[in-house]
Design a protein around this ligand. Structure first.
Ligand code: FCB
Length: 468
């Protein structure tokens, strides 16, 4: 497809703007392995995955996709695909093992080498500082419900800016603070596995504070042209019906899943209805003067991770829940339509809805889809092919939704496909495959799935054909 001539190509009907960023995304704990090498210490995910019953099949990230030892091969794969950008995360316990004090050179060298290989391949490195692997020592000291963790994070941000600022120009502070706060400290489905409504709200606030402190540190330490961002997994929430109770259930989830981050980060305030809804849990006195202004540091773009929409109605959810203050009022309903191997509904309209909402609510803030993709039960057939037509259809549908949002005036600058490689899918272990590159975890052999070839064509064409 590299021979494709844009002037004569009439089959590309949905063309993306010049300069649109076409990427893939991964996260450190999900692919790196080398869990105890070169000075890395355990993160909360090492501890959690070793706790019986927390991760399917007792899987851990000890080896994962062995990316730590296969950086060259993995960058070569991306070069073959023609991606313009690669979003990876930095493992905090690899570069600052106790979450305090000086950095470990070997850890920094690993990321320097990754960035150099990417630049040599003509791929822009996009670094995320926190994709959920908090150093265990910081969790032992109180974790995200504890204010001090925010200051530790800002210090770590400064270390990384100094180490990589000469080669990495695009930075994201946090990936999906909602998951870190509410799955980590509310429902307990993610590390560190705590179940406290108060803990989850405190964590959310300290993550907002950490983001703001780190954004300021990054700005101070990076060259002026560097980009600073945050990635949220905004929930596309729909009420089951227009009955006022169902509409109010949707409002509650919007408050505790979306506006709890959007309002502090973009407006320097807490949503009033959230404070009301959560009054039985907390009076928010852990928010100190100036915190919300700190959280509202100016950003170059907002990253959005989207997989599927949620449908809610008036009712009650099971405790412990990820919905502090809302669990007595809201129940989740299965959304209609086809599903992925995660049992997540496939509905690209949710992505369009979110982008159009952000167009209206955050004028002037560029948007980047920092994750989108799907898990299916892929396997390599005897001739070594991995056919994944459902993933191709999912990706085509979601990219078409992004295109529609662009046409409707949303300022979307890029799309990062989750994920480059099959990997450790958190509480699901290796049972769920999100990669466009198949990984045989016994041999670490990488095989391009059909979706990888398809994505390479989309990038080369700069857009989509009518059907996948
Ligand atoms: C997101 C995470 C990412 C991956 C996808 C499927 O919530 O950021 O690490 O697990 O879901």
């Amino acid at each position: 497809m590299t021979a494709l001539d844009a002037r004569t190509d009439t089959t590309t009907v949905l063309r993306f703007p010049e300069g649109f960023r076409w990427g893939t995304a991964t996260a450190a704990y999900q692919i790196e392995g080398a869990a105890a090498e070169d000075g890395r210490t355990p993160s909360i995910w090492d501890t959690f995955s070793r706790t019986p019953g927390k991760v399917r099949n007792g899987d851990t990230g000890d080896i994962a996709a062995d990316h730590y030892h296969r950086v060259d091969e993995d960058v070569a794969l991306m070069r073959r695909l023609g991606v313009t950008d690669y979003r990876f995360s930095i493992a905090w316990p690899r570069v600052q093992p106790t979450g305090r004090g000086p950095a470990v050179r070997k850890g920094l060298d690993f990321y320097r080498r990754l960035a150099d290989r990417l630049l040599e391949a003509g791929i822009r490195p996009v670094a995320t500082l926190y994709h959920w692997d908090l150093p265990q020592e910081l969790e032992d000291a109180g974790g995200w419900p504890h204010r001090e963790t925010a200051y530790r994070f800002a210090e770590y941000a400064g270390i990384m800016a100094d180490a990589l600022g000469d080669r990495v120009a695009t930075w994201t502070t946090l990936n999906e603070p909602w998951c870190a706060a509410f799955l980590g400290y509310g429902s307990g489905e993610h590390a560190p596995g705590h179940t406290s409504a108060l803990g989850s709200l405190r964590a959310a606030h300290h993550l907002n504070l950490a983001h703001g402190l780190a954004a300021r540190t990054l700005r101070g330490a990076l060259p002026g042209a560097a980009e600073v961002s945050l990635t949220l997994n905004l929930h596309a929430v729909r009420a089951l019906s227009q009955a006022p109770e169902d509409v109010d259930a949707a409002r509650r989830i919007d408050a505790v899943a979306n506006r709890i981050f959007l309002d502090p980060v973009f407006h320097g305030r807490l949503p009033e209805d959230l404070v009301r809804d959560t009054a039985p849990v907390t009076d928010w006195s852990f928010v100190r003067d100036g915190d919300l202004a700190t959280a509202a540091a100016p950003l170059d773009f907002l990253g959005i991770n989207y997989y599927s929409p949620s449908v809610v109605a008036a009712g009650a959810s099971e405790a412990p829940s990820a919905w502090a203050g809302a669990e007595q009022h809201v129940r989740f309903e299965p959304a209609p339509g086809p599903r992925t191997a995660m049992d997540w509904p496939v509905d690209a309209n949710g992505l369009h809805e979110l982008l159009v909402r952000l167009r209206d609510e955050l004028p002037g803030v560029p948007l980047v889809i920092t994750e989108n993709g799907a898990a299916y039960d892929d396997y390599a057939d005897p001739s070594g092919n991995v056919k994944d037509p459902e993933r191709v259809a999912y990706l085509h549908g979601h990219l078409a939704a992004v295109h529609r949002a662009l046409a409707d005036g949303a300022d979307v600058r890029g799309y990062f496909l989750w994920s480059l490689l099959d990997n450790f899918e958190w509480a699901y272990g290796y049972s769920k495959r999100f990669g466009i590159v198949h990984v045989d975890f016994a041999t670490q052999r990488r095989t391009l799935k059909d979706s990888a070839r398809w994505y390479a064509e989309v990038i080369a064409r700069g857009g989509l054909t009518e059907t996948p």
